[in-house]
Design a protein around this ligand. Sequence first.
Ligand code: FES
Length: 568
Amino acid sequence: MAKIKLIINGNEVTGEKGDSVLTVCLNNGIYVPTLCHHERLTDIGSCRLCLVEIEGQKGYRPACCTEANDGMIVKTDTDEIKRLRRSMIELLFSERNHFCMFCEVSGDCELQKVAYAHGIEHAKYDYDQPRVRVDASRSYFVFDENRCILCQRCVRACSEIAGHNVLDLAGRSAETKIIADLNTTFGESSCTSCGTCLQICPTGALIDRKSAYLGRMEQCNITKSTCSFCSVGCGIEVVTRDNHILKINGDWSSLVNKGVLCVHGRFEPIHDKKERLIKPMIKKNHSLQEVELDEAIDYISEKCKEMNINTDNAIGLISPKATNEEANIFVSMFRKDMVGEFGPYTVLPNENQTATLSDISSSDCIVMYKMDPNTLVIGSFVKLAVRKNNTKLVLVDDNKNSFDTISSIKIKSDELNLAKEFLSRASNPLIIYTSGISEDEVKRLSGLSDKAKLMGFLAGANSRGLRNIGINSKIDVSKAKALYVLACDDELKDNFKRYNAAFVVLQTSYLTPEIEDADVVLPSPIWAEKTGSITNIDGLVQNVTKSLDSPVKTNEEIMKLLIDRLSR
Ligand code: FES
């Protein structure tokens, strides 16, 4: 990038060609107030707070929407500019109910901060705000229009970052408001509850139900970690206070997700109401009874001897929510071909055809086969490709699909050959499918085009890591005499079975009815209580960092105790 030089407030500063005046100011430590600007969004210059004076140009220019040029002479802090900004802020306070003392984000609010920065401590104009609606129709967050400053960060985030295009503006002048779809409630709209709008809102207009009134950010700890929901491996920031998670934000600096999250990564983990399993249990007289960990470990060891359980007849199943470190210890307890992945299985394409996440945005034609990732981050990636890059979406599905309206064509699975023409016309074609697809189907998909890349979307956060370790999902569990399932905090329902095993050990985080099927139940920390690494679908190894103290030992500690006891 070519360097440019500007004079700002009498000092020479440098920037890069293409920078806005605001970017040059921020990069050189020059304060310019902003509200509608966000580094991940296209600037629209709606709040007019960043007004600056540029020599040779009439009036005042919004720094966020003005390109910096070599030789420009800029003033950001004249008395007149400060007066204008102050008026702008006073008008914002006059338009809606911004009584900070009753607002959930008081202390963290960007509007409040710019007001204080401009010496505003009380409202200049009479309180005459209209009473506008509070939309509490969503499970995880509330939209309070009374606090909205119409900066449209939520609208732009919904379309530019999350790709959902649910939000928009309606009305004129004082009647202007944010609407979902064609002015329905959030709850009834096509909103997927990804929460990107909530994360980017500068005021208390979008309020998180879970963290509301539980503390300001300065009272909380923030831990950077990796989401454990799916194999994209989104960067997250876990906000905690007093060993409780208040919220999960997308990490704007993550190269994988660049801040966007989905409902499963942002909200579901913190609204989980399942009861934790703290004490180990062993089955006595057909019912599980709590015991100390030593007793449970002794019991497993005795049973292994008594029932002649060994590496030829014991099978291990491990959840893809396990870290690489946990997986390495787990596999050491079994014969290499006797460990499988716990949960849905995805057939992967040949290595030379395998796509990466970045192929979604660079593809000009995506065939999406029998999947509907509307509420997943990968769904956002596909929507962004279609909406921003004009990528053709060929949807192959026999059922109703959330992507119906943005697809170029929808075909039935027995009409797969119709996709060939689209693929042949594309320069960078991509085919995406997920778990539940047979090897034959994957073969048929890969035969559609010579140049298409394929992505078998892995269900689990660390499915790729498990495969790298050599864990084979296709083992025949029905032949196991003994079964050890390291389920971590994974869902047991529809996944956990005894098969024909005579002895079953289950390591899980929750007290759910399914545990009754096991002979021994061991506790497991949840995702937020672990430190280690997981490998995303692209093979990127990312850190998982503990944000909560755990009430139970780590999985590594428990497995090492067991290995030690079994080796005696
Ligand atoms: Fe530039 Fe709002 S930040 S106009």
